[in-house]
Design a protein around this ligand. Structure first.
Ligand SMILES: NC(=O)c1ccc[n+]([C@@H]2O[C@H](COP(=O)([O-])OP(=O)(O)OC[C@H]3O[C@@H](n4cnc5c(N)ncnc54)[C@H](OP(=O)(O)O)[C@@H]3O)[C@@H](O)[C@H]2O)c1
Length: 426
């Protein structure tokens, strides 16, 4: 089942659009794995819309080279490289601590921001509110061999690392103000926009594209007021975009949920494809539990109880970029054999990285997904935050990905495995 979420509006998602004014001016974004593939294009798209992007990469030389390429384009936004290895918990903790320091220094003002590594100029302005607006968990691997200790690196890099990173950064994502203006919708979604909005019967979807655009601005003002009034419990938090995949439909997950200290994710899957599928299932389950615990509009803590009750107002979405021609296949095909992909290109099977980035940029920037839409219904999804988007359309994830017990258990087990308590301190 696919439900259109994006509404009409200007095209130019992904890396293809030009110019600024995309509603992300002054926003502070973090994109993991930003030096190549989809992450690079997401960074470009967010910079085109005026954001400051922290490019969180394990290879600092590759990151700096990518950042230089983007800076040379003269985009309205800015970027900075920071080191992050998602397979190394000490690296993740160091990255999070560095972010906290830099945000605090920037919020304290330019005089405090003069220390090494603290943001300057436009990035200082974005960091100056002391808050992270968007976290894109994009980095990932596919087809890697197990680690020397036999553990599944897909699980480590694609799920446990992003889980730890997100948990550590969530306290800095509280109550960011809603986006100031409608950002360009996904190019691939703009064409079919208003019709399926009507099909979903939302209030905002009953207008045509221009009508919804006008409505969007009015609703935006209302949302800002609502967000401001609602405080931490009523929306206005930052966004978490988890780059998942349709591969999650094949994922199976077996958890050991015994007494403290015995938690584990059963390491019983041998083939890389199923390991990858499982890690992507974890991405969707993690998103679902983020919505439940930390989302203002997603039922935060009501089902099953015990959650944080939506005190952060986080908008969390899992997205699938489709089949994209990136370097992710390098673990399966060595560099010299990459030409084997060539015969597939004319068949149109692959998206370009810029096309693959569209849904990520959409989830990161479009007001259609604002959590405050639960207060002022907007977007064809009828005011709820979609769990899983493919090609800017809401798509029903697998039954396993919609299992609330599995999502809650995965959260608990993951917390134990990365050495965090199940819940943050109030
Ligand atoms: N391409 C597709 O068809 C497709 C389809 C569905 C979903 N996806 C998802 O899209 C995301 C981006 O993949 P891509 O296709 O753009 O692949 P890519 O070009 O290989 O980019 C992956 C990025 O992740 C980084 N990364 C890998 N392991 C890391 C670690 N331990 N710590 C920090 N960074 C790490 C890589 O860094 P290095 O450069 O240092 O290796 C690289 O920057 C992944 O989550 C993938 O599962 C891709």
């Amino acid at each position: 089942m696919a439900t259109q979420v994006a509404k009409g509006g200007s095209s130019g998602g992904g890396g293809g659009s030009s110019g600024g004014g995309g509603g992300m001016e002054g926003k502070y974004c973090i994109v993991t794995g930003a030096n190549s593939g989809i992450g690079f294009e997401v960074t470009r798209g967010l910079m085109q819309r005026g954001a400051h992007v922290v490019m969180a990469c394990r290879n600092t030389a590759a990151c700096e080279a990518a950042a230089e390429r983007l800076r040379a384009e003269g985009l309205p936004g800015s970027c900075a490289c920071r080191r992050l290895d998602l397979e190394d918990h000490s690296s993740i903790r160091a990255f999070a601590a560095q972010q906290a320091d830099e945000l605090a220094a920037a919020a304290a003002g330019p005089s405090a921001g003069g220390r090494s590594g603290a943001p300057h100029g436009r990035s200082q302005a974005a960091a100056g509110r002391g808050r992270i607006d968007v976290l894109v968990n994009n980095a990932g691997v596919m087809g890697v061999a197990p680690a020397p200790d036999g553990s599944d690196r897909h699980l480590t890099a694609n799920h446990l690392g992003p889980y730890l990173l997100t948990r550590l950064l969530l306290p800095h994502m509280t109550a960011a103000p809603p986006l100031p203006s409608p950002a360009p919708a996904c190019a691939s979604a703009a064409t079919a926009a208003s019709t399926s909005a009507q099909a979903n019967g939302s209030a905002a979807g009953s207008g045509d594209a221009s009508g919804s655009s006008g409505k969007g601005e009015g609703a935006g003002a209302g949302d800002r007021a609502a967000g401001a009034g609602a405080g931490a419990g009523g929306g206005g938090g930052g966004r978490v975009v988890n780059v998942a995949s349709r591969a999650h439909y094949g994922g199976r997950l077996a958890l050991v949920t015994g007494p403290p200290g015995s938690e584990a994710i059963a390491n019983d899957i041998r083939h890389w494809w199923w390991q990858y599928a499982r890690s992507k299932l974890c991405n969707v389950l993690f998103t679902a539990e983020l919505q439940r615990r930390y989302g203002a509009g997603g039922g935060g803590g009501k089902e099953g109880g015990g959650g944080a009750g939506g005190r952060y107002g986080i908008t969390a979405t899992a997205v699938s970029p489709g089949l994209v021609d990136t370097g992710i296949f390098r673990y399966l095909l060595p560099e010299w054999a990459q030409w084997l992909k060539a015969p597939l290109r004319p068949l149109g099977l692959f998206k370009t990285p810029a096309q693959g980035a569209e849904v990520v940029i959409y989830a990161a920037s479009s007001p259609d997904l604002d959590v405050t839409s639960s207060l002022t219904p907007r977007g064809s999804a009828g005011g709820h935050t979609p769990l899983f988007l493919h090609g800017c359309r809401e798509m029903q994830p697998s039954a396993a990905a919609r299992d609330p017990r599995l999502a809650a258990d995965l959260w608990r087990v993951s917390a134990a495995l990365v050495g965090l308590p199940e819940e943050d301190a109030p």
